[in-house]
Structure formats: structure tokens, C-alpha cells
Unconditional design. Structure first.
Ligand code: XIL
Length: 603
């Protein structure tokens, strides 16, 4: 309303083009002139002003009504409702080969969603862990201090049990989505209210939830300090200790993690988080790991930084869950770039043995908590986007964790293998060799990525050969400069030959490094580069929800310009009719790579 009024009273109304040209810059089109009457603030009591107000209310009312109507789910006529898509292995099957869990966040009331059956089929086929998206949040779970509402949560718990899917609890303690009654609790009672809550909830589901986000987002948005909250203000930082101890007591078998956003790559906030985790460990708090939420947007420039922070957590002896992954994009043209980020981050998780799970936050764009940037691997019709196939491709790659190999003249240092200095500093022992058994090269990989660091000035080389002596690849370990994202670099080369089957690989560091711990190799990753990520005939995403034509204008008027504009940009000025669905994956599944990712995976 303020915007409508403002619009009515701003210079535009008087015909000056400043803001008009400003609006043109923002929207790329000139908005219709809003009024011809020159209204000065003095005349707010005038009948004209009241008439204008009435019109603005009517328009915004219409805007909201149509906007909401535009939120209706897209028609599914002609859209496949069956799953699995093809005979390729499920994501969970591919992930299990790496000891990794792959999951999603389950929407409350999933049973009654527009495409509930397809939703269920995809979740039960593709994932082996799921997180209730909202039903554990206090405002929904505990509307009054004495009353717990478990039905929505139980529906998810029962579904997971019936499909053999693990459960990730989220969150036990959070500063958001809390019920109003909590604000009325005296500070001296907050600790009891919190511990009662945790004991009640974790106790009720003892043995059913494999992992809990005990405390969520305790750091300020940009960190590094802890944020004020009803829990922190009452107990200080020790509310985290108490929450973890209470959860551990209620279910000693469950893993307990701290979860936050903006910490998955080196940031001031992640520094604050690692310092917090070290303090918790020093105080003996039961803590098994950390959750990197990873809500990111394309373009994202910190892929190397993600590996750095994964290792940083591993160096603390903590496992990492990527708990809420999604990638915001501005347009359908970014879907391939989006897919690449899904692939790259998932591969970084595979390269780090301490990375335990990769979980997306939701399933399809329509029900995403960031609907305006289409962040998920399934579109509004719950149809797979390039990002889904990119997850398959990532999980079909083969990481080699060098710290798990048999080492000669090499030792492990912060997750890297580094040449052992023979007889003191500088000199290197005869051979620096890692012998890695059981590397599953399946039908063959033609590309190798090597993540390493070299703080020196020389470039020793790394060779990778089969036990039979066939050299697969040779990489010059050029010096790596320290950046905000760490000291490592990842180089990707085509292998000289296409190794197949299960092999023992010999990884050798040749050439004299300039001292102990100057050169370190973190991990290798074999992959098959072939096949497009983007798929021909990919359906255009759904048009603006509440952004098209008159509705767009109405949205604009009711003061929600950003989302509507974004929507406009993302989906282009379209009518609100949903474009006819085009079979997207037909081309894709016929690509050889999708049906034979690697090795004996036909389960
Ligand atoms: C979001 C849910 O997806 C929305 O449906 C809800 O309205 C708000 O919360 N970080 C978290 C999640 O830890 O719990 C949030 O989930 C998204 C950001």
C-alpha cells in the first residue's frame, strides 16, 4: 500500500522521468503512468485522495488474489508422473558405493501435494536420508508450552521407515520459527524449557533419527560472533553445551551436529564457527560433526574453498554433512551452470572422506523455500533438470583418498600426503609412493582431477600408474599461491589411457620438493567427461508466479517488486499459462554415459 501511495505521490505522477527512467533500468520496460493528478501531501484528506486510496487497495487486493492464484501448481497433463526415469542406478545406490548418504528435505503434508505420488516415488527411489523441512520447528511442533503436535512429523517418520530411509532431525534449537509463548518465558526458565523440549522430542524418536542438527544458526548472519537469541541471552554460549548434552542423554546412538549457513567455504563466519567448534570440543561437548547448509547462488566462485573447509572440519576430527544444498539461478539459461555447481560440490564431498552426506533442501522448485531462483534439481512439475543428471554424473565418478593408501616415503598431514624428509629437513626419501588398492575404474574413465598444494618454487611431478606399470597420467605440481579459498588447487587432465576394471594404482611424487610439508596431495578423482549436462529440449521453467501481465503490475503495486521483477527476469514476460510440457530427458537417457557410469553397480 505504501508503495502504491508513494507511486501516486512521487515525481512520476508529475511526469518527470527520473524514476521512470530508473524504473525502465530496473524492469527493462516503462511502467504505465500511474496518475495524471498532481497530488501534494497537503491534500491527503481530500475526497480525491480517498478515492485514490480505494483504487490502490482494490488493485492490490486484485494483485494478491491473482498473485496467489498464479501460485497454483502447474498443470501436469502430458507430464510423466512415473519414476524411476530409466534404468540408471538410483542416486542413493551410486552414493552408497562411496559410503555417502544422499538426501532431501521432506515437505510437511507431502502426502497431499499436487504431485504427491511422483514426489514420494522420487524420494523413496533416489534418496536414503531425509530431513523434515519444517515439522520439528518449535512454532509448528509446540504451539503451546504444554502441547506438542506430532502428526506432520510422524507422517514423515513413518514414510521414511516404510521406505528404509534414514532421518536427519532439524533443528532442536533455533532462533527462528519459534512460538510466541517462548518470548514470554522468564530467562531463568529458558534452560528448563529447552532441555525439556530436547528430552521430549529426541526421547520420543530415540533410535529413529540417525543425526540431529542440535543447534542451528547460533552465529550472527555474517558471524563470527554468536547471535543474540532467547537461548543465548538466557544462558550464553553454554546453551549449546547443554543442548548437546541433553540430546546425547536422550539418544546416545544419534550423531549430533552444529548446523549453519555461510560456513561451507572460508569466510569470517566460518572462522568464528571453527573457533566455536574447538571450544565445544575443549569443553568435552558431545559433538560428532558440522552441517554446512550451502544455500548458494550461481555464479559461485568458492568451490576450492569448500574442499578447504571440509578438510578443516576433518582436521578437527569432525564429519561434515552438506545439509541444505541448493543453487539459485536467474534464468533457465543458467540451468547448465547450476548443474555444474551441483556436480562440482558433490565431487568435492566425494573427495573428502569426512563428508558424510549431501542433502538438497526440498525437492522441486515449486515448493522450494527460495522459489524465485529455481534452486533445486526438479522443476515446478517435479521433472528432472540438468542438475539431477549432474548429481548422477558426480556420483558416478571415482575418488581416491590418498590418506587411505599404503604410503612409502610419504606421510599424512592435514588430509594430504606429503613426502617424508629423509634424515631431517629438505632431503627426500628415495621413493614417495602411495599404493592404492581397489580403485574402481569400471568401464573406464578418461579424466583425472588432482587436488594438491605446493608452497615451493619448483614443480615436482605426480605420476599415476597401474600396478602393471602402465602410466595413466602425469601432472606437474606447479606452485600454488594462497588465496582466500586456501592453498590448494585442483587440476583436471585427460588420462593418457582409459583404465578399466578394479585396479591398484601407484601414485608417485617425483622431483625434489623444497622441504617438509611444502608439497601435499589431497585427493584424486577419476571421471568420464563425456555427455552433455544440459539436455536438448529441456522444458522452459514455469512462467512467473504472479509476475505476468496485469498480475505483474498488481504485484508491483502491492510492494513486492523484487520477487516479481526477479520472476519476470527468470521466466521472462510470459502469460500465466503454463507452456506445454516437452519430454526433456528422452535425449538424455539415450546417452551411453548415464546407463553405465562405472564398474559393477547393477544392484
Ligand atoms: C526454511 C523452510 O524451507 C521454509 O519452508 C520455512 O518457511 C522457513 O525455513 N535454514 C534452515 C532451514 O536451517 O530450516 C530453513 O528452512 C532455511 C534456511
Amino acid at each position: 500500500m505504501v508503495v502504491a501511495v508513494g507511486a501516486a505521490c512521487d515525481p512520476v505522477a508529475t511526469g518527470t522521468d527520473a524514476s521512470a527512467s530508473h524504473r525502465r533500468r530496473v524492469t527493462g520496460r516503462s511502467s504505465p503512468r500511474l496518475s495524471v493528478v498532481n497530488i501534494s501531501p497537503r491534500s491527503y484528506s481530500s475526497p480525491t485522495w480517498h478515492a485514490l486510496l480505494a483504487v490502490a487497495c482494490l488493485v492490490s487486493g486484485f494483485g494478491i488474489a491473482t498473485g496467489v492464484r498464479a501460485q497454483d501448481a502447474p498443470p501436469t497433463d502430458g507430464v510423466p508422473q512415473d519414476w524411476p526415469l530409466d534404468d540408471a542406478p538410483a542416486l542413493a545406490t551410486l552414493a552408497a558405493r562411496h559410503g555417502l548418504s544422499i538426501g532431501n528435505a521432506m515437505r510437511d503434508g507431502f502426502q497431499t501435494l499436487d504431485r504427491a505420488e511422483l514426489y514420494r516415488r522420487i524420494v523413496s527411489h533416489e534418496f536414503d536420508i531425509t530431513t523434515p523441512e519444517s515439522s520439528l520447528k518449535w512454532a509448528l511442533l509446540r504451539p503451546t508450552e504444554q502441547r506438542y503436535v506430532y502428526a506432520p512429523l510422524d507422517a514423515i517418520v513413518d514414510f521414511a521407515a516404510s521406505e528404509g530411509i534414514d532421518l536427519h532431525g532439524h533443528p532442536l534449537v533455533w532462533h527462528r520459527i519459534n512460538p510466541p509463548w517462548l518470548d514470554g518465558v522468564a530467562p531463568e526458565r529458558i534452560e528448563a524449557v529447552m532441555t525439556d523440549h530436547i528430552a521430549e522430542v529426541v526421547g520420543r524418536y530415540r533410535g529413529r533419527f540417525q543425526v540431529w542438527d542440535v543447534v542451528n544458526e547460533a552465529l550472527e548472519d555474517a558471524g563470527p560472533a554468536l547471535r543474540s537469541s532467547v537461548f543465548f541471552d538466557a544462558m550464553g554460549e553454554r546453551f549449546i553445551d547443554i543442548a548437546h548434552a541433553t540430546a546425547h542423554q536422550a539418544d546416545p546412538g544419534a550423531e549430533l551436529i552444529y548446523n549453519d549457513f555461510g560456513v561451507g567455504w572460508p569466510t569470517a563466519k566460518s572462522e568464528g564457527m571453527f573457533a566455536l567448534l574447538e571450544r565445544l570440543q575443549a569443553r568435552g561437548v558431545p559433538l560428532d560433526g558440522v552441517g554446512f547448509q550451502m544455500h548458494i547462488d550461481h555464479p559461485f566462485a568458492h568451490v576450492e574453498g569448500v574442499s578447504t573447509n571440509l578438510q578443516r572440519a576433518a582436521d578437527l576430527g569432525l564429519d561434515v554433512w552438506i545439509t541444505e544444498f541448493d543453487v539459485g539461478v536467474q534464468s533457465v539459461d543458467d540451468h547448465d551452470a547450476q548443474a555444474m555447481l551441483y556436480e562440482d560440490i558433490l565431487k568435492r564431498c566425494l573427495m573428502q572422506p569426512a563428508c558424510r552426506a549431501f542433502q538438497i533442501w526440498g525437492l522441486d522448485d515449486f515448493y522450494s523455500f527460495r522459489p524465485f531462483v529455481d534452486p533445486l534439481p526438479f522443476d515446478d512439475r517435479v521433472q528432472p533438470k540438468p542438475a539431477f543428471f549432474a548429481m548422477r554424473r558426480a556420483l558416478s565418478s571415482e575418488p581416491v583418498h590418498l590418506e587411505g593408501c599404503e604410503l612409502e616415503g610419504l606421510r599424512v598431514s592435514r588430509g594430504d600426503i606429503v613426502p617424508v624428509a629423509a634424515g631431517g629437513q629438505g632431503a627426500r626419501s628415495e621413493a614417495s609412493i602411495a599404493r592404492c588398492d581397489g580403485v574402481r575404474l569400471g568401464p573406464g574413465y578418461a579424466r583425472l582431477s588432482v587436488r594438491y598444494r605446493n608452497a615451493g618454487t619448483l614443480a615436482p611431478s605426480l605420476s599415476v600408474s597401474t600396478a602393471a606399470g602402465e602410466e595413466l597420467a602425469r601432472v606437474a605440481l606447479e606452485p600454488t599461491a594462497a588465496t582466500r579459498d586456501g592453498v590448494h588447487r585442483t587440476v583436471t587432465i585427460d588420462t593418457a589411457v582409459r583404465p578399466t576394471g578394479d585396479s591398484t594404482l601407484i601414485v608417485a611424487v617425483e622431483g625434489d620438493p623444497e622441504g617438509a610439508d611444502v608439497v601435499g596431495i589431497d585427493a584424486l578423482l577419476f571421471e568420464s567427461p563425456d555427455g552433455p549436462v544440459g539436455v536438448e529440449g529441456a522444458a522452459t521453467p514455469s512462467p512467473s508466479r504472479g509476475g505476468g501481465g496485469a498480475t505483474g503490475l498488481a504485484w508491483w503495486l502491492v510492494g513486492l517488486p523484487v520477487p516479481a521483477l526477479r520472476r519476470w527476469r527468470v521466466s521472462g514476460p510470459g502469460s500465466r499459462t503454463w507452456p506445454a510440457w516437452q519430454p526433456r530427458h528422452a535425449g538424455y537417457t539415450r546417452l551411453p554415459r548415464s546407463t553405465a557410469p562405472s564398474g559393477p553397480v547393477k544392484e
